[in-house]
Design a protein around this ligand. Structure first.
Ligand code: URA
Length: 433
């Protein structure tokens, strides 16, 4: 078997056997297959697709490319949560401390930003001192000690995905159902949880632009989850506009703190209560979804969720003075307003385009080894269906480079589509699979 033949087969639209997929995953992980050969094969997979059997085989091979964690010493019922990605998506940082504050153990490995979407690890690293790279023993001990640990993917957990995830980003091959299924489910299988709740985002700022594709993606992830004896639930959430009001790493952490103090936007409230209610149900704590939603809101109101967040940050080396007093976070040098040029109602606020503006400002990466500019990003003052008047400030661009800031303001003006007619807001929760 050799990689040229495998690339040729997929290039010509043929089905790859289990052995060929296994050969590719193991030889790419150990470095025998080069990045350019892997790029050619991934591009062929992207263009010609993969059937269910190929996708399942790819997922299982990737999952076993490194360690498979055993979290049974934490609990015999560990739940994991993962989002398929979005713009302003800070749900993990808000929801998981709430879940931990309810006594449900949280052991979660997160990813970095991908394409125009942000990543939880980049956001956590904008908190001075916070360590996202700790060894597995410390990770498990942290969960046993305070009920929660949020870290980056460890070196030997799904190393095949680590390489493929970064490569797909640089060759524009992210938006593919089989590649997303295998990336997410291989990590979930390797991370040791036995129950999985997936936030499957749908809309302009998501990799799935329409509900049909999101359902297809969800069904496939659920099937693989169940095949590997992990109960899996997918919650489809609307990503036509960014989640909440902040986009960018430090800016999002500040919004997270506000949410945990009870100042929470309606979209975030709906997403955390819905996804959280399923997490609580799968944990075995309580089956009634409506009661679960109440428990979530209660633990925000009584401060337990915020205190758990402080405990999490402190336990992982972060400086909690920044959380207690977010004004301490360093600000971008230029904070530039985006001004409305007409009266009307906001009709469209394309989340992908906003994500690309924030990457251009430095909040995300153009190349794998780029550094993140923590302070930059965008604050929205208005969202879809809001009424605005000419001269209103629609939002602010936070930039460290003046030229990029000015460019971002121009782009943002074009992203806000304003019309005379009020349009109704779309639903936030689009379905459960
Ligand atoms: N999140 C992942 O972990 N992988 C993908 O491919 C897309 C989103």
């Amino acid at each position: 078997m050799n990689i040229q033949e495998i690339i040729g087969k997929k290039r010509d639209g043929k089905e790859l056997s289990k052995e060929e997929i296994s050969y590719f995953v193991s030889k790419y992980t150990d470095g025998t297959i080069t990045d350019y050969q892997a790029a050619a094969l991934i591009m062929a997979m992207y263009i010609n697709g993969m059937n269910e059997e190929e996708t399942t085989n790819l997922t299982l091979e990737m999952a076993s490319s490194g360690d498979i964690l055993d979290l049974s010493e934490i609990s015999n019922n560990v739940i994991d949560k993962h989002s398929t990605g979005g713009v302003g998506d800070k749900i993990t940082l808000i929801l998981l401390p709430i879940i931990a504050s309810l006594g449900i153990p949280v052991a979660k490995m997160s990813g970095r930003g991908l394409s125009y979407t942000g990543g939880t690890v980049d956001k956590l690293e904008s908190i001075p001192g916070y360590r996202t790279q700790i060894d597995i023993r410390d990770f498990i001990n942290n969960v046993k000690k305070i009920g929660i640990s949020l870290i980056g993917q460890t070196t030997n957990l799904d190393p095949a995905d680590k390489k493929m995830y970064a490569l797909r980003d640089t060759i524009n091959c992210v938006e593919s159902i089989p590649l997303i299924v295998s990336s997410i489910m291989s990590k979930k299988i390797a991370s040791g949880a036995n129950k999985i709740v997936l936030d499957v985002t749908v809309g302009s700022g998501a990799f799935m632009k329409n509900k049909e594709d999101a359902i297809k993606l969800s069904k496939m992830m659920k099937k693989i989850g169940e095949m590997t004896e992990r109960e899996t639930i997918c919650v489809l959430t609307n990503m036509d506009e960014p989640v909440g009001y902040a986009i960018g790493n430090t800016l999002e952490v500040i919004e997270v703190v506000e949410c945990l103090k009870g100042n929470i936007s309606e979209d975030i409230k709906e997403i955390i209560t819905t996804i959280g209610s399923y997490i609580i149900k799968l944990s075995g704590k309580n089956d009634d979804l409506e009661e679960n939603k109440k428990m979530i809101l209660e633990n925000i109101e009584n401060g337990k969720a915020y205190n758990k967040f402080l405990e999490l940050i402190e336990n992982q080396g972060g400086d909690i003075e920044y959380i207690k007093c977010p004004e301490k976070f360093e600000k971008a040098r230029y904070i530039l307003p985006v001004i409305a040029e007409e009266d009307g109602y906001i009709q469209e606020l394309n989340a992908e385009e906003i994500g690309r503006v924030s990457v251009m400002l430095g909040a995300g990466r153009m190349k794998e080894d780029d550094d993140i500019d923590k302070e930059v990003g965008i604050i929205l003052n208005n969202k879809i269906s809001d009424k605005v008047q000419k001269g209103d400030i629609l939002g602010y661009v936070h930039a460290n480079d003046e030229q990029k800031g000015i460019q971002a303001v121009e782009k943002m003006k074009n992203i806000y589509k304003i019309s005379e007619m009020k349009i109704e807001k779309e639903k936030i929760i689009l379905g459960i699979v």
